[in-house]
Write a protein that binds this ligand. Sequence first.
Ligand code: MRU
Length: 353
Amino acid sequence: MNQVMNQVYPVIWQNNSVLLIDQTRLPNEYTLVEINRSEDMAEAIKNMIVRGAPAIGVAAGYGIYLGAREIETSDRSQFLVKLEETAKLLRATRPTAVNLFWAISRMLKTAYETVGKVSEIQQALLATAQAIHAEDIKTCKAIGDHGLAALPSKPDKLIILTHCNAGALATAGYGTALGVVRSAWSAGRLARVYADETRPRLQGAKLTAWECVQERIPVTLITDNMAAHCMKQGLIDAVVVGADRIAANGDTANKIGTYSLAIVAKAHNIPFFVAAPLSTVDFELTEGSQIPIEERHPGEIYQVGDTILTPPGVEFYNPAFDVTPAALITAIITENGAFAPQELYKANGGNNN
Ligand code: MRU
């Protein structure tokens, strides 16, 4: 696909349907998939047609509404029982990104708190799904602004290294880590992005590189094992990554490989930032060891297209995320400002819940 796009929106609400950019087909094909049923939304999340913590939350919000729309009863209690079944189906898709659970809880809260007929609850659910969607773009822009202020000051323009894809595709639009990159680019403070390719699913190579091309932000793609070398050569000024779930103490789960990146950044005295909305912070978890880590199919490691890469008899381990200890994180950039990990509660108005 050679065409360059201006704005990237991975989730679109149009004509009473959800349209998702099929992220498994980028960068070669830009395809929209129409979703009208909660079961199809659950499959789309599981199969990573839509992925990235905030985008999963937005998609799940609509998934609950689609489920609500399918329920054919005028009895409120029966409706709520069926809605809980939809919630269960959607919750079972991906365990690590807390935005999924956050959005479902917010939708259920709307359902329980709306007094009136079932049709009124359904309407209220659509309004909440749309609010989650709209808020996320604003949140990402605020993260971009705060991130810009938190970046190291230097006479030269900065080079930022990122991992996985925490861009427009992973949110409602704009992005978290790539939101900071976008804001730095607009402010004239960015020279270039270095993108880790991000084995095994290559979100950096396929998605981050694609987004940067759409925005005309200069991007250099490296394989994951090149980061330390690039840092040693003085090529990197800061690392900015997204998050799938952050514990109350600032320990951060993000795409596998983030932890080793944080270690090498520390070894080279390079600031390491996590950019994420407060909906990604799980204040119920005191530390990162409590975060559930998704394990995915080993085919992601041993197979590229139709080609099997490994000999028979090999065993595989394919955790999709790892946890970076708070001690390795310079600051967590939220919509309410950038905070040292141990002061993350301040981002939430001083509340640890
Ligand atoms: O498995 P994915 O592609 O859903 O993982 C995505 C990430 O790890 C992102 O960095 C994270 O969700 C933040 S997205 C703003």
